[in-house]
Design a protein around this ligand. Sequence first.
Ligand code: COA
Length: 260
Amino acid sequence: MNYQNILVDTQDGVSTITINRPSKLNALNKETIQELHDAFKDLDGDSETLVIIITGSGEKAFVAGADISEFADYSVSQGEQLAAQGQALLFDFVAHLSTPVIAAVNGFALGGGLELAMSAHFRIASDNAKMGLPEVSLGVIPGYGGTQRLPQLVGKGRAMEMIMTAGMIDAETAAQYGLVNHVTSQDELIPLAEKLAGKIKRNSLVAINAAIAAINAGYEDGENGFDTEITEFGRCFGTADFKEGTQAFLEKRKPQFPGK
Ligand code: COA
């Protein structure tokens, strides 16, 4: 597919999506959100893609937020629609994707940028990264899931402080808070994401899909994560991956997962 604002590259089972509007610090305009949706959907259905990495182009920003120039004159209903559409197309979509998604945060991840990173299944960051939800400094609140995912990741008190002060935290603090799992130099960021992707793709992706569904269920209203875990656990027993994984263990060899 041809995209204006993103780049997609697939190698050895790992697809990297790079948001590519560096002159606007990779801010998420509507077109970019739609392109990201299309790319994630496409890669999720692509048998060559086992893991997805999302990052930003340039050395300064992952994503500096939603594109402020697009919504500055919006009405109440347009604002609500902006948040609803964005959540459905991109943020919830990525959080529930069956293919594992790693965010490689290579610089500023602000507002919608941090919300996108938080929608990924986990995050790593370069040591120059700065993260925050500065929306209240613009007279608005996070609308792409930030009020929910930030407290889930860092705890309610820290999320309250970050959102109320509109401040930024550095990569080390983000690691201390549990917002990112690892911090490395900018040069090492993508190699580290690829190394982690390499470890993931050796495992059963069918089982990983089940784990994503069970973990997410614990954070969904009206769902019982333990019940989902029981169902998904049982479902694994009917997969070819389970037969291969257990057989390979008993035969003392490495499994070759068929991925179904
Ligand atoms: N939406 C639209 N454009 C944005 C943007 C955003 N969220 N963030 C940055 N840009 C644009 C700037 O307008 C500027 O464009 P221009 O060169 O055409 O004027 C360009 O990106 C570079 O940004 P600039 O502000 O000049 O860089 P800086 O190094 O001085 O500051 C930031 C970097 C990240 C601190 C600053 O850009 C910023 O505060 N951005 C907005 C962050 C935000 O509030 N995000 C939440 C949105 S809900």
